[in-house]
Ligand binder design. Structure first.
Ligand code: 5GP
Length: 191
């Protein structure tokens, strides 16, 4: 395999998706891996673009037959990265981006130690709570649950050893520039 595998993680509301999309747009030959999930499809999500939405039965089947590079349970739903597509893209020399949680990142790092792990941090806990509220996506009790989960996830990420770089999203343009730079450097280093 000659490509580069990049993992992006971070709690919800931290700007992770925006930063990940910017890296994919700006770094040449970079592809986003589309995960399979048992979570219900949200209004604006597109099958095969945001996720492959599958039943619990199908997910269990994919797991059992070794089709997944990693899987994790997040907020009562299952998520997993289809392995074959990742392998094909890596063989073609691409940069493959996984946007996955800490449990998944730990598994990927065990199987592929050369993977480059980036964790996106909020500037502060207060800022994260404010961002979750500003999205106006969930009721307050769900926001509080996500906030508590986020704090646990940050602590788990720090303790995991799965991340090579922690980027604080205090300024979006700066955080994007740091992420782009890090992925570019990694790609050049592996070529
Ligand atoms: P959401 O349901 O909001 O799209 O995602 C919830 C969490 O699941 C996010 O932290 C996201 O990064 C993570 N996630 C999405 N796909 C995968 C995957 O394939 N594997 C793992 N381990 N986590 C995933």
């Amino acid at each position: 395999m000659s490509g580069v595998l990049v993992i992006f993680s971070g709690p919800s509301g931290v700007g992770k998706t925006t930063i990940t999309r910017a890296v994919i747009d700006r770094v040449a030959d970079t592809q986003l891996s589309v995960s399979a999930t048992t979570r219900p499809q949200r209004a604006k999500e597109v099958e095969g673009v945001d996720y492959f939405f599958v039943s619990r039965e199908r997910f269990a089947e994919m797991e059992a037959s070794g089709e997944m590079l990693e899987t994790a349970r997040v907020f009562d739903n299952f998520y997993g990265t289809p392995a074959e597509w990742v392998r094909e893209q890596m063989d073609a020399g691409k940069v493959v981006v996984l946007e996955i949680d800490v449990q998944g990142a730990i598994l990927v790092k065990q199987r592929m130690p050369d993977a480059f792990g980036i964790f996106i941090l909020p500037p502060s806990e207060e800022a994260l709570l404010q961002r979750l509220r500003d999205r106006k996506r969930e009721p307050e009790d769900v926001i509080q649950r996500r906030f508590a989960e986020a704090k646990t996830e940050i602590a788990a990420a720090r303790a995991s050893g799965a991340y090579d770089l922690f980027i604080t999203n205090d300024d979006l343009d700066r955080a994007i520039a740091e992420a782009v730079d890090a992925v570019e450097t990694r790609r050049v280093g592996s070529a």
